[in-house]
Structures are given as structure tokens and as C-alpha cells.
Ligand binder design. Structure first.
Ligand SMILES: N[C@@H](CCC(=O)N[C@@H](CS)C(=O)NCC(=O)O)C(=O)O
Length: 97
């Protein structure tokens, strides 16, 4: 998988951090938003919202919005509890943020 982002962005850093904590094999693709790299036709085909971070799965699917990416990566790990209340507490802080 590939993660498109800029490590200086908190939204991107948290995705990179979780991928690292879970030892998820991935390629980090640096995107320079100031150079307009999120607004190219090629990038907008991957993420019509034109923002980073963006997760590109090996099967050709894409996922954007940092918290959606976090929940996808954390599924079935200790970072996303199976217990409904504890999982809702994770979401609570994500929505608060
Ligand atoms: N709600 C989005 C926010 C993403 C976002 O605002 N990303 C910024 C960098 S931190 C960005 O891509 N800005 C470029 C732009 O808006 O053109 C998320 O959590 O992923």
C-alpha cells in the first residue's frame, strides 16, 4: 500500500504513526500541497477531495479522510477495541478532534 501525505501535517503524521506502530508495510509518497500536487488531475482521480492524507490500497481502491484511514488500518488490532463502548470512545476523540 501507499500513503500519500506530508509528515509535517498532523493529519498525515497520525496515519504514519499508526502504520509504524502496527508495522504495516507501506510506501510513503510525499505530497507538496503548496506546489499544488493535490490539485492535479491525476491526484484528484485518487482523491476528489484534493487533500492529504490518502491511502492507496494494493487492489486499486483508495481511502481518504485521516480518521477513516486510521479506523481502516486499526481494525482487528488493539488500537480499535471490539467492545462497543470502548470503540465509541475512540470515535469520540476522533470526532472531537
Ligand atoms: N478532514 C481531513 C483534513 C485533511 C486536510 O485538511 N489536509 C490538508 C493538510 S493537513 C490538505 O490536504 N490541505 C490542502 C488543501 O486543502 O488544498 C482529514 O482529516 O484527512
Amino acid at each position: 500500500m501507499q500513503i500519500y501525505g506530508d509528515i509535517q501535517s498532523g493529519n498525515c503524521y497520525k496515519v504514519k504513526l499508526l502504520a509504524s506502530l502496527l508495522d504495516i508495510d507501506h510506501e510513503w509518497v510525499h505530497v507538496d500541497i503548496l506546489a499544488g500536487e493535490t490539485q492535479t488531475d491525476a491526484y484528484l482521480l485518487m482523491n476528489p477531495n484534493g487533500k492529504i492524507p490518502l491511502l492507496a490500497l494494493d487492489d486499486g481502491r483508495y481511502l481518504w479522510e485521516s480518521n477513516a484511514i486510521l479506523n481502516y488500518l486499526a481494525a482487528d488490532t488493539k488500537f480499535l477495541p471490539g467492545d462497543n463502548y470502548r470503540r465509541a470512545q475512540v470515535l469520540q476523540w476522533q470526532f472531537f478532534e
